[in-house]
Design a protein around this ligand. Structure first.
Ligand code: ZN
Length: 121
């Protein structure tokens, strides 16, 4: 099942940045990217739809949707691999904000950067 946070993020992607889904689908060899968008819309339509996915829908989910909403990697405090101050992933409850700000860092990295600037004006 998807959490409420994940549903919110997916809703945002469907409404505002479908290309995140279609780009990821294309990168992974999916030709019918409309079908991937269709699965995303199916999932946001009702939380219980997650349990009703066909094997084909599940394939689209795992390939083009899940990496965007589940265990999304933090860019790291300095935007480099391995510089994350947290566990390397963006928490679900921070994820929507990360997409909105287009700042793909976890709250630990954001907080550390903010306090650095506060202490080094
Ligand atoms: Zn981080």
């Amino acid at each position: 099942m998807l959490s409420a946070h994940q549903i919110n993020v997916l809703q945002h992607l469907v409404d505002n940045c479908e290309e995140y889904i279609t780009d990821l689908a294309e990168e992974n060899g999916i030709k019918n990217t409309d079908a991937s968008i269709g699965v995303a819309k199916f999932l946001v339509a009702h939380p219980e739809n997650f349990t009703k996915m066909s094997p084909n829908q599940k394939f689209h989910y795992e390939t083009a949707i899940e990496p965007l909403i589940n265990e999304v990697c933090c860019d790291g405090m300095t935007g480099e691999d391995g510089s994350c101050m947290g566990n390397g992933f963006i928490d679900e409850d921070s994820l929507l904000g990360a997409y909105l700000e287009q700042d793909m860092r976890c709250q630990h990295c954001v907080a550390t950067t903010n306090s650095w600037f506060e202490n080094n004006p």
